[in-house]
Design a protein around this ligand. Structure first.
Ligand code: NAI
Ligand code: MG
Length: 382
C-alpha cells in the first residue's frame, strides 16, 4: 500500500506507543475494542501499546453538555496516536452540539483524511479491481459550519459559507503527491511467468503511472474550486522535480463519480475538497462491498488518528454484528503511517485472508458471523 509514512515515529529507542481510544457512539463502541485487541496481538512489530480510553460523542453530550470534553483533547496531546470510532450526530440542529470529530480534526490540525479503498481479489495473485486512495481535505470547505438562517419576505433563507484557502489546498495537494509517490504500482502477473525479470522491467514502467486526480467543480464554482484546482496544479511545479514521476489529472466531481462506478481502475490517488471527498469515499466503499471494510486516517504533521469511514450505524447498534474490519484496518493504517510497516502488513494480510476465504463474514458482506467471530478469525491468522 504506502511505503512512505506520513509521520515517522518508528525508532529503535521507542519502548511504548501511547494510543488514545475514543470509541464514541453506536458501533464505535463495538469495533474500536476489536482494533485494540489486534494491536495487542501483533507483539514486537510495534512498541508495547499503552491505551488511554477517552470520551467524546453524542452520548457524552447528552450526559454532560459537551461532545468533546477538554480533558479528551488535552490527553490526546500526550498520545502518539489515536483511534476514533464514530459519532451519532443528529441531522437536526441541537443547541450547543457540534460534531466532535470535525472539531478534533481542526483542534489537532489533522488536515488530511486519507482513505484507501481496495478490493480483496478472490486470488492473491490477481490484481484487485479497485485500488485507490481518496485524500480528502479535512479542515475547510462547507465543514467550517458557518451557516445562517435569514428571514426574508419569501420565507426563510439558509446560507452557508464555503471556505477554500491556498494554504490548505497546497498542503493537501502535497500530501496527495507524497502518497502517490509512496505507492509503487505493483505489477500483477499470472504466476506461471518468470516473475523476477518481468516484474522488474514492468515495475520501471509501472512507476510512471502513479497518478493524482484533482476532483473539483470549477466549471461552476470557479472561485472556490478554482483556487483548489489551481493551487494543486502548482504543487509539482514548485517541487524541484520531486513529483516528476506522478501524472497529474483532473476530473469534475459528477463525472468523476460516474467514472468511479464504471472504471474504478483508472484512479490512483484522488484529491478532493472536504465534502466531495466525504461523498466519493463512501461511494467507493460500495464498490468494494461494504462501508464496514474501509479504513481511514486523519493525518497532520504532528498527529495521526485512525478512524473507520463508516458512521455509528444505529440500525445495527448493540446487535454484535458490526463489521470490525474497517476499524482493524484503520489501526493498521495508523501504525503504517507511523512507520511500522511490518505490523501493518501483517494485519492487512490477516484481514485479506479472512475476507478471501469468506467463511467468517458479518451480515453486511452476506455472512452470518458476529463482530467477535470476525475478530477471532483475524487474530487466528495473525
Ligand atoms: P453509517 O455509516 O453509520 O451507516 C450506513 C449504512 O452502512 C448502515 O446501513 C449501516 O448499518 C451500514 N454500516 C456502516 N458501518 C458498518 C459496519 N462496520 N458493519 C456493518 N454495517 C455497517 O451512516 P448513517 O446511517 O448515515 O449515519 C449514522 C450516524 O453516524 C449519523 O448520526 C451520522 O451523523 C454518523 N456518522 C458519523 C461519522 C463519523 O463519526 N465520522 C461518519 C458518518 C456518519
Ligand atoms: Mg462520510
Amino acid at each position: 500500500m504506502f511505503r512512505t509514512p506520513i509521520r515517522r515515529m518508528a525508532t529503535a529507542a521507542r519502548q511504548s506507543l501511547k494510543i488514545g481510544l475514543i470509541p464514541a457512539d453506536g458501533i464505535g463502541k463495538e469495533v474500536i475494542p476489536a482494533a485494540r485487541r489486534v494491536l495487542e496481538a501483533i507483539g514486537s512489530d510495534i512498541p508495547k501499546p499503552e491505551f488511554v480510553p477517552l470520551l467524546a460523542g453524542w452520548e457524552v453530550f447528552v450526559r454532560s453538555g459537551t461532545a468533546l470534553p477538554e480533558e479528551t483533547v488535552e490527553a490526546l496531546r500526550e498520545c502518539d496516536g489515536a483511534l476514533f470510532g464514530a459519532v451519532s450526530s443528529p441531522s437536526r440542529r441541537v443547541t450547543g452540539y457540534s460534531s466532535p470529530i470535525v472539531a478534533l480534526r481542526k483542534e489537532l490540525d489533522l488536515y488530511a483524511n486519507v482513505r484507501p479503498v481496495i478490493s480483496v481479489a478472490a486470488n492473491p495473485e490477481e490484481k484487485p479491481a479497485v485500488d485507490l486512495v481518496v485524500v480528502r481535505e479535512n479542515t475547510e470547505c462547507l465543514y467550517v459550519k458557518q451557516e445562517q438562517l435569514v428571514p426574508t419576505e419569501n420565507g426563510k433563507e439558509a446560507r452557508a459559507t464555503r471556505l477554500i484557502t491556498e494554504r490548505a489546498s497546497r498542503r493537501i495537494g502535497k500530501m496527495a503527491f507524497e502518497i502517490a509517490l509512496g505507492r509503487p504500482r505493483k505489477v500483477w502477473l499470472p504466476s506461471s511467468l518468470p516473475r523476477i525479470i518481468v516484474v522488474e522491467i514492468l515495475n520501471l514502467f509501472a512507476r510512471k503511472i502513479q497518478q493524482v486526480t484533482i476532483i473539483h467543480k470549477s466549471n461552476v464554482l470557479s472561485v472556490t474550486d478554482g483556487l483548489f484546482r489551481e493551487t494543486i496544479r502548482q504543487v509539482p511545479a514548485d517541487a524541484n522535480g520531486r513529483y516528476d514521476s506522478v501524472k497529474l489529472e483532473e476530473q469534475i466531481v459528477d463525472s468523476a463519480v460516474y467514472r468511479l462506478f464504471r472504471e474504478p481502475q483508472i484512479y490512483d490517488v484522488m484529491v478532493a475538497p472536504n465534502l466531495y471527498g466525504d461523498i466519493i469515499s463512501d461511494a467507493a466503499a460500495a464498490l468494494v462491498g461494504s462501508l464496514g471494510l474501509v479504513p481511514s486516517v486523519n493525518a497532520g504533521d504532528k498527529f495521526i488518528m485512525g478512524e473507520p469511514v463508516h458512521g455509528s450505524a444505529p440500525d445495527i447498534e448493540g446487535k454484535g454484528i458490526a463489521n470490525p474490519i474497517a476499524a482493524i484496518r484503520s489501526a493498521a493504517l495508523m501504525i503504517r503511517h507511523m512507520g511500522y510497516t511490518n505490523g501493518a502488513d501483517r494485519i492487512d494480510r490477516a484481514v485479506d485472508q479472512v475476507v478471501r476465504e469468506g467463511q467468517v463474514l458479518t451480515p453486511d458482506l452476506g455472512g452470518k458471523s458476529s463482530t467477535d467471530d470476525v475478530l477471532n478469525a483475524v487474530l487466528k491468522k495473525l
